[in-house]
Design a protein around this ligand. Structure first.
Ligand code: PXP
Length: 256
């Protein structure tokens, strides 16, 4: 449980830049290859209902390339019949179910698993039958975690956006409080037999406290890495993130 933390690199915003011009570059597939070569354990991509960044064709190409390389595609998607059909066509090794509203800038909150249990549980089952490992993107809320454990999903991904925002805004007390809630959520989830992932808003400054949570097995990081790539290159950004994750985990193992 406190071993190496896997790093999933989210390449959505390479597609955001491409789509700003409606051309074929920069290619998210090329970014995925660079990220893998630099030490990413897998690639994460969110096929949004409005296709604002990743496209259906991107998912098709990524699926083939990642399968050839023996690395997992983690497909983030909304709980809709359209997305289910796409997931069952490509059968990615991992699917992360996220809430989605068209007007939001990014995924702003976690999935309401407690409120939507009756339709999320059968949805999870269909994805599992298709061969995907299913993760639910949720907030650090005991009720949501308990509900997640009853859906048949094997994984939860904890939403770290509020922690990262508070830490970046210098709101130390608020950040510490949210971090404690994330730690408690990770303990609760692991005790219920769920694998714990975390993601959203993570940068070089916020990654260490999250990577140090012993139950966290995987981090999914995108926007910051793609932004940092402008200055240092993507390979260097991924390598540095990997280094910080490993250092945080090693420090946590040694204790204070
Ligand atoms: N995990 C999930 C479930 C997400 O929806 C996102 C954003 O698409 C991320 C991780 C990555 O977040 P960021 O791009 O802020 O690093």
């Amino acid at each position: 449980m406190s071993g190496r933390v896997r790093l999933g690199v989210n390449i959505d915003h390479v597609a955001t830049i491409r789509n700003a011009r409606g051309v074929s570059y920069p290619d998210p597939m090329r970014a995925a290859i660079v990220a893998l070569d630099a030490g990413a354990d897998g690639i994460t991509a969110h096929l949004r209902e409005d296709r604002r960044h990743i496209s259906d064709a991107d998912i098709a190409r990524l699926s083939v390339m990642l399968r050839e390389r023996g690395k997992p595609l983690n497909l983030e998607m909304a709980v809709t019949s359209e997305m289910l059909e796409i997931a069952l066509k490509h059968r990615p090794p991992a699917v992360c179910l996220v809430p989605e509203r068209r007007e939001e800038r990014t995924t702003e909150g976690g999935l309401d698993v407690a409120g939507g249990h009756n339709w999320i549980a059968p949805f999870v089952q269909k994805l599992r039958d298709g061969g995907s490992r299913v993760s639910l993107f949720i907030g650090a809320d005991p009720q949501q975690i308990e509900a997640a454990s009853r859906t048949g999903a094997e994984v939860i991904e904890l939403h770290t956006g509020a922690y990262c925002d508070a830490a970046r805004d210098g709101e130390a007390e608020k950040a510490a409080e949210i971090l404690e809630a994330l730690k408690a959520a990770a303990r609760q989830a692991a005790a219920l037999g769920l694998e714990v992932h975390a993601g959203h808003g993570i940068d070089y400054e916020t990654v260490a406290p999250i990577a140090a949570i012993p139950q966290v097995a995987e981090l999914n990081i995108g926007h910051f890495l793609i932004g940092e790539a402008i200055f240092t290159g993507l390979a260097s950004a991924v390598t540095e993130m990997r280094r910080r994750i490993d250092a945080a985990r090693a420090d946590a193992r040694q204790g204070p």
